[in-house]
Unconditional design. Sequence first.
Length: 460
Amino acid sequence: MAMMTGGEYLASLNDGRRIFADGEEVKDLATHPQFATALDLVAGGYERHHRPGDDARGPYFMIPRSREELKDLLDLLLGWDMVTVTTSQGLLALLTAAARIRPKSEEYARRIEDYFAYCRDNDLRCVQAITDAKGDRMRPPGGQDDPDSYTRIVERRPDGIVVRGAKLHISSAAVSHELVVMPTKKMKPGEEDWAVACAIPVNTPGVKIVNTNYAPRERVADFPVSSRHNMPEGFVILDDVFVPNERVFLAGETEHSATFAHSLGLWERLGGTAHLAEYGDTLVGLAQLVAEANGTERVPHIREKIAEMIIYATLVRAGLEAAIANAEASPEGWYFPSELFTNAAKHYGAAEFSLMVRHLHDIGGGSIVTAPSIADVEHDEVGPFIKKYMAGKDTGDGEYRTRLFHAIRDFTADAYGGWQLVTMIQSGGGLFAQRLVARKHYPMDDAKALALKLAGISKD
Ligand SMILES: Cc1cc2nc3c(=O)[nH]c(=O)nc-3n(C[C@H](O)[C@H](O)[C@H](O)COP(=O)(O)OP(=O)(O)OC[C@H]3O[C@@H](n4cnc5c(N)ncnc54)[C@H](O)[C@@H]3O)c2cc1C
């Protein structure tokens, strides 16, 4: 048991997994163009973190035991690839769930802790498979035309369970080792078969992953962001998959079905807020750079928009810091971020993100979507004209400004930009889920007491 190198990680994916993309089964993940960037990123992460020796363990398996360690973890997370992030978040979510379930089931809590140690000791990468197909959203799992619309237990055996269903939008599933499966929502009495949480290796018989990835595979100079940062999204089919007892963390106890989703939501939204804080600052940087390149940085309405973007970025960061400053300790001594501040900050950051993008588009101008390609900038005949006419204020020839527009388009207005707008709203369970949790943890009695005091009345 030791940490893996990048090469060992790539070799570990050749494990009989069933991966599909572009209408075909992918026989060799390592050479398929859809996965090239993802594999580079993940293998690069393995290589950077690798330390020799049987005792070496990755920093992404850190369990924060103080607010300072929680902050350290978040700072580290911003430098990790998506699979390493989901590994840390998913396993911390499982440990959070273990702490909450322990009073009712010592056995499930022990299995989760053993599983955490197994992933850490073998340097595995995990993804969280929670979102079900869901069929008719207004009907419960048992009321669907197809009972498999929510992942369920179809057979209970002495040595384990058999699960059937599908988990949708699972980021990076094809390039990870383990699927951490959890119920997508609270199940009620009578819905025991759908109250299932477990861990499934990606290469288990019955697992099939259909992938999408809309990142460009050509003209990468015109896509400076998405060509370097993209991961496949997996449509994960669980076609009667056997899970041994040791990997089963919930099998019918409906009262704990929401514990997993809530625990995951907390860690996923904290990570999401950390990224939003960085994106907020990045949007400010892009807006200021393009305003300077256009010569408009002193125009009053542009200054106001950039000031609004600065306030947005700062408030998202403030929410993130408040989530850490108000972190709470579990009985085991692990630190969890504040539910209230995490959910409120994530909601604010996600809901207002598109407005900040609108400001950037307003400030930048039409060249965001019409700037000639870098290949044309380099063309012998038209290149000099493009450089001449794309020049702005103090930008030298126009190539700098052209590249700036490509970065803005790719980050906010193109395939990746569109992906990002939807992802901001839907990731972490969607805005509605964040409102629900924020409301649940808000000190409403304190607020009512303040209101009563203001009104000079008492309810007694
Ligand atoms: C890029 C990306 C990556 C993702 N990665 C992961 C991942 O790694 N793992 C994972 O498990 N999930 C992942 N998700 C899934 C994400 O959590 C879901 O998209 C989100 O929870 C919404 O679910 P849905 O897409 O099925 O939409 P829906 O549930 O259909 O929601 C659409 C809208 O309908 C509303 N709605 C739905 N049902 C009801 C109802 N009964 N009553 C009232 N309103 C309702 C919702 O609030 C929302 O406004 C990812 C999503 C994206 C976009």
